[in-house]
Design a protein around this ligand. Sequence first.
Ligand code: 9MR
Length: 376
Amino acid sequence: MAQSLLTRRSAILGFAGATLAGTALAPPLGARAAFNLELEPPLRNHTRTSGIRYGCAGAAPNVQSDRILLEKFAIEANIFVPESSLKWNATEPLPGKFDFSEGDSIATFAARNAMLMHGHTLVWYTAIPDWVANLTTGQEAQAALERHISTEVARYRRKIWAWDVVNEPIEPDDRLIDDHRNSVWLRCLGPAYIDLSFRLARAADPQVPLCLSEYGIEYVGTKPQRRRASLLALLRKLREQNTPVDCLALQSHLEAHQSFDHAELTGFLREVVKLGYRLLITELDVNDCKILGSIEQRDRVTARHLAEYLDIVFSVAKPLSIATWGLSDRSTWLKQYWKRADGSPLRPLPLDADLNRKPLWAVLARYLTGQERQPT
Ligand code: 9MR
């Protein structure tokens, strides 16, 4: 076991450009035979046949202390999503003083393991340094966007699979025009900040797919309904303006206790695709905070929930990629905000805290083959 781990580690980390496709996985001690998931090929292997990439979000290797988890990233995924390393507060903490140490560390790791990066994210209302939050005029904000977007996008040209250019532009609770989210960008430039950001990104890299990323559109209820309507209206407007947006990034932070609005979500996605946008699933996790029962029962519920969701998306269009927000339950952002009543840890990701594959992993494997559901 130690020997095979060592061999795998050098295969993963040692050779620039080495691919892991086809890496055989020894079943870890304690794996449950019933599923036999450990013998299945890694998720990234399916890209060859389906064209769909699998990614996961994590911290940069130079800040990441969990080397074993990092190895699993390279085994399972062919996209590395910097969870925070490319956000404005990380890359331009002071005006014009760029720091790409974390982004570069991920780029190096990705190249060594035949992975691409998903660019997350250029323009967001949060994760910005004070000097950005305190901008007050349109002129200042435009100058900041121009320098930031052109520098960052140019730096990672050909290393980025797709860019989340504008992140989370809709927030009905802010009660502003067209449900735009309140942000320094909206205050200084009005809704035109979105068009400007995409044009700057396109100028800095004419090839890379550019995404608008949003969450909270999956379920029944007045708020998701309003988000879908306002997001669709925005996407329509951007098309009319010829704004260079290629894709809608569906964040897909799912909650297993909620009910999908099948008809509305399907209709929304159909309209988005009709407008010419491609779909990506970019921040997938399945929150089991309110699911009662044993671990096995909870895992069954989350797996069913994910399958139900992917069925809806795949019935409209095959997404270009599916990325989970993390890989293993040992490290998930949800921990900070959600606690289970029974005090046990959440299980929202494809691998458990011991890095064993779970039923959620199996659902992903099924859909990543691209054959589970054909668009109707
Ligand atoms: O998971 C991320 C967390 O570690 C960061 O502290 C936080 C602020 O930068 O962002 C989290 O990721 C968010 C993502 O960037 C955008 N969609 C929602 C994600 C979860 O909050």
